[in-house]
Design a protein around this ligand. Structure first.
Ligand code: GUN
Ligand code: ZN
Length: 427
């Protein structure tokens, strides 16, 4: 049955311009696709009798898209590492080793996705553990939920612990098997996932490049230039490289389908190569401040002449919040420390249509447009007493979004819809 979702609608057009209706409506068909979106006064007569979810003056907008998150780290937020490498060895590898157990992975996948929905996130590019069971569990749960999800089994064949290591051969074999089983099924996509240069040998990085080249439509996700000690170790492991980016470049891992988390300490040369190749750098601000990794500069990466595509993400569990609102708020603060003041509208665009483009799912989600799926978050700008009193001072949409990203989190998420189905609601 057709359903109409009413509220203050906000979406972004292909050119990045905000499309805002203070009294808007979105009509959703049986198949979860958007049939119509626009000002309520112009709602076609045919939808007048449809069941309605009326959210009054709350904001009805595309669900958030998290461009970098680790499923098997879903319960290890706030693990106090000294830096990235210490955090990985002390907390992360032992926790991820549990995902060899299919029952554990399946139960965790349900909780993980419900947690995304509770925070208004409707799509993600996610890391799994090294275990095939982990990726199978997450793909299956995402398929059940009807969501557009991109993930892959992590590959790592050195510098970890045996329980989370594979080999170039088993990593490649399992990657191909998972790709063939899940890629293109419903709304699921595969991402070739070498964890980072420290945990993959030359042989495994070479295989990763070959997989990316041979698996049509697959994305590639990894980490790049996050912490000073990591960068020094990469230099030791790959003495022939010009820099960290060059390691991935030599193995054919740069390109339009490649997403690199962090990109904090990049040289001019690295920015140039990332730009030229069409690669994406994903900003993960709550993780970067929590692990003391550094201040990624959006204006520097976006410099005219060699702009690098940017995404934004939580990086849970290095990141300390599932909330893309809190993440945008932290991105704002990190950029302020870089002497740059991003707009709230610009950041909300990044977290929706922008990230959809980077994940290659913009044809089906990321905007309230006819033909896309109704992946929607409803935000209450007056959800808490602090937000409500601040809201009384707001005089523009920019102002309302700004207060939501600085003061908001899952408490501001009134409802979440995936493919037209309500998957979360707050009383
Ligand atoms: N670099 C390699 N693995 C990881 C990870 O799990 N989290 C973060 N933040 N950085 C990484
Ligand atoms: Zn990460």
């Amino acid at each position: 049955m057709t359903r109409v979702i009413k509220g203050q609608t906000l979406s972004f057009a292909a050119d990045g311009e905000a499309v805002h209706e203070s009294k808007g409506a979105v009509a959703v068909g049986d198949d979860g696709a958007i049939l119509w979106a626009g000002p309520r006064a112009l709602l076609p007569r045919g939808f007048a009798q449809a069941e309605a979810d009326d959210y009054g003056e709350m904001i009805v907008m595309p669900g958030f898209i998290d461009a970098h998150i680790h499923f098997p780290q879903y319960r290890m937020l706030a693990a106090p590492g000294k830096d990235l490498l210490d955090w990985l060895t002390r907390f992360t590898f032992p926790e991820e080793s549990r995902y060899a157990d299919a029952a554990h992975a399946q139960a965790a996948a349900k909780i993980f996705l419900q947690r995304l929905f509770a925070h208004g996130t409707t799509s993600a590019l996610a890391f799994c553990s090294v275990h095939k069971t982990c990726a199978d569990a997450l793909f299956a749960a995402a398929q059940d939920a009807g969501m557009a999800l991109v993930t892959g089994k992590t590959m790592m064949d050195r510098n970890a612990i045996p329980a989370v290591e594979d080999t170039p051969e088993t990593g490649a074999r399992e990657t191909v098997a998972l790709y063939e089983k899940w890629h293109g099924r419903d709304r699921l996509r595969y991402a070739v996932t070498p964890r980072f240069a420290i945990t993959s040998s030359d042989a495994q990085l070479k295989v990763s490049g070959e997989l990316l080249a041979s698996l049509p439509g697959a994305l590639m996700q990894t980490h790049l230039s996050e912490s000073p000690r990591e960068i020094a170790f990469v230099k030791e492991l790959f003495p022939w490289s010009k820099d960290y980016t060059d390691v991935y470049d030599r193995f054919g891992l740069l390109g339009e389908r490649s997403l690199f988390a962090h990109g904090i300490h990049l040289s001019e040369r690295e920015c140039g190569r990332l730009s030229e190749s069409g690669s994406t750098v994903v900003h993960c601000p709550t993780s970067n401040t929590f692990l003391g990794s550094g201040l990624m500069s959006m204006p520097r990466l976006s410099e005219r002449g060699r702009p690098v595509h940017l995404g934004v993400a939580t990086d849970v569990g290095g990141g300390v919040s599932y909330s893309m609102l809190a993440t945008l708020g932290e991105a704002y603060k990190v950029q302020m420390l870089n002497g740059y003041k991003p707009s709230a509208l610009g950041l909300f665009h990044m977290a929706t249509r922008g990230n959809a483009g980077r994940l290659k799912i913009a044809h089906e989600t990321g905007a309230l447009e006819q033909g896309k799926f109704a992946d929607i978050v409803v935000l209450d700008p007056q959800a808490t007493p602090v937000l409500a009193s601040r809201h009384a001072l707001s005089s523009s949409l920019e102002d309302v979004l700004f207060s939501l990203m600085i003061l908001g989190d899952d408490r501001a998420v009134k409802a979440t819809y995936v493919k037209g189905r309500k998957v979360h609601g707050r009383a």
